[in-house]
Design a protein around this ligand. Sequence first.
Ligand SMILES: [Cu+2]
Length: 636
Amino acid sequence: MTHPLDPLTAAEIRQVAAIVRRERDVGASWRFASIELSEPDKGSLPALEAGDLSGRQAMAVCWDRTDGRAWRAVVSLTGGVVTAWEQLPGQYPNMTLDEWHECDQMLRAHPMLIGALERRGITDLSLVLTDVWAYGAALVPERYRGLRLGWSDVWYRDCEQGNPYAHHVTGLHPVVDLNSMRLLELEDSLELEDSKADGAAAGQPVVMGEYSPALMPMPLREVKPLTVSQPEGVGFTLDGRLLSWQNWQLRIGFNHREGLVLHQVGIRDAGRLRSVAHRLSFAEMIVPYRDPTADHYRRTAFDIGEWGLGFMTTSLELGCDCLGDITYLDAVVHDSRGEPRTIANAICVHEEDNGVLWKHVDQAAGAEVRRSRRLVISFHVTVANYEYLVYWRFYQDGNIECEVRATGIMVTSHFADGRQPPYGTLVDQRTYAPFHQHFIVARLDLDVDGPDNTVYVTESVPAAERPDDPYGLGLVVRDVPLRSEAEGTQDYDWATQRAWKVVNDNVLNGLGTRPAYKLVPSGAFPPLLDRSCPAFQRAEVIGHTLWVTPYQQDERWPCGEFPNLSETDRGLPAWTTKNREIANTDVVLWYVFGIHHITRPEDWPVMPVDVVSFWLKPSGFFDRNPALDVPPSGRH
Ligand SMILES: [Cu+2]
């Protein structure tokens, strides 16, 4: 441990679990849902950074599977004791990878499921995959209330190496008690279907669901090699987890839930390190499937709150995931017994060429052109059938870009001849992919030249009729400060090119105006859900593009700490009822963006990346183009 924001090490994770077990009689029937660093409060960081490491703390959430009761422990790592132990009544901690695997094992050995598959002509259980999902409280049948309930799809693949999500066993859904790990009920609508046996299994259509070269019916195209060469090595340095590149500096964090976290992002300007952000991460992801049919009505995923981006992070591979001179960082998470698990090559740091940065050609002076380079910090997440690739990019002109690429296998299901539901797109024989939305909530704790900032909504408006504007050309910018949380709930408006500036009103730039970073929205879309429907009730955050709150150390999860089996959103809508002041204070921005996924045949059998991003751009933060000093690149 070298810095108070460094994630827990494997030894520390083991230590936390041991302390909780010992001090709170946490035995074999218990599970750990999460173990993470209890990040020091912003106010106490300077003292801790100066060398006082005595206060290193961790947080653990665990529950007893015999009674379902959940607890949160705060553990002092230096003192070796539990300092707080709080019950979490009525709360269901996040799903764990162990439960996912154990549930799959249990179901595939269960006589009821084996029988149901047999009736469909599916007898090789090694080709079957079940995939348990979490419930929303409103959809839980009365008889199962209070249980740690899950529901599952059943899938099968054509062969050992085949796509596990190639064939949906439509109409077959186990309902499971995850604490006792028992099958409660097997929903089976086979009798109701009038499907014909025309495929590999009774009632199953013949689909081409393969993406691995050996199984595809077509040859691979030819491509020439393309290599990236950095003969003198990389341009960044990594000191522990402190990353420096050109004028940028930041710390790389990681936890089980948010995955990659960027801390203390600053940029050097005329020799002075200026703060841009205290902490940047993804705080929630909400994926409602917009298909009310029996196979899909429960399908609303909270990929961060239910499953955790850190837990789902996968190892990256040189030359495939990342091209060039790559530096990898491992990540450490844990299993539900509290044993650490290292994810090798979890985070990728590298530089990329990004085309032209700026250019002008003049008859007398000739051409001046600079190539743009960016520093990329990325991690990839596989949530069952789907992947999310997350890239934070830092540019030479002070821009920060956050890009997400969604790929993987879409959820599909089959329908009887001529009976396709209207809630999806036909992608293969009698196979459709339901429409769905991926809402991502980025938590942006910006500190522009210090913590006290004001968010302004900035809009372009045509000037009203004025005597000095006979041609009606005038365009003015209207900046309005957001002073309360109510004013801070903002929606995207194309008509005024609305954006939001995070301004430090206590500082002047060289021009005498206020330094700011502008959140340039894109990838924003409306929920298109009635406010009364359960999916919206659990995730009211998706009702706005932006929320602004005053910094509170414990306000981290916009849909509540435990969205698993939640009824309502206990996060942002609850915090903001106080309508606190947000002007000239330490603000946190919650930006809601993502992918409105109207599925396409081209997304099947594996989806080419769908790319969305938003930008944080300096706006009066610098006095002029901060990339003037970028040198010309050598000609060839
Ligand atoms: Cu999608």
